[in-house]
Design a protein. Sequence first.
Length: 163
Amino acid sequence: MRAARRRGDDAAAAALRACARRLFGPDHALPWAQDPSGDAFLSPPLTEAALMSETLAPDEFAGWLSRVLPRPADAAWSPPEFRPDGADPGTIHLEGLLISRAWCLDAVGRALPPGHAVAAAASAATQAHLARVAALDPADGFGRSHWIPTFLLYLDESLRAGP
């Protein structure tokens, strides 16, 4: 959706918003506890929440999030615990998950209305993820060097651009 907006393709952006509303608007209680998996580098619930943060107006997004988010948010949004290892493909996927969760949490926090209680939890979780990401050496090992930098570039762009 962001790419469509940047290109000025209003028709594509509108179609994506309509599709996101149709597919994810009616959701309830997303499976936040399923993260992390040693082979996943995206969190389905957080990726969906980030998409909906771009799709819905702040108040509407806050209502949607209150339906799909367990209480307390902080537990669902803690960074995955693992020891980074540039030679282990499983932990490299978890590193990618850590990075993608950071950009999704940032999008969620920024999309909420000012003063919303969950925005503070999303911001704190973003910072916790970023602290772990900062310790990674993207050039350590082939597994990291061939795709982790693209995730880091997307994270950087996302943090700079905002929602």
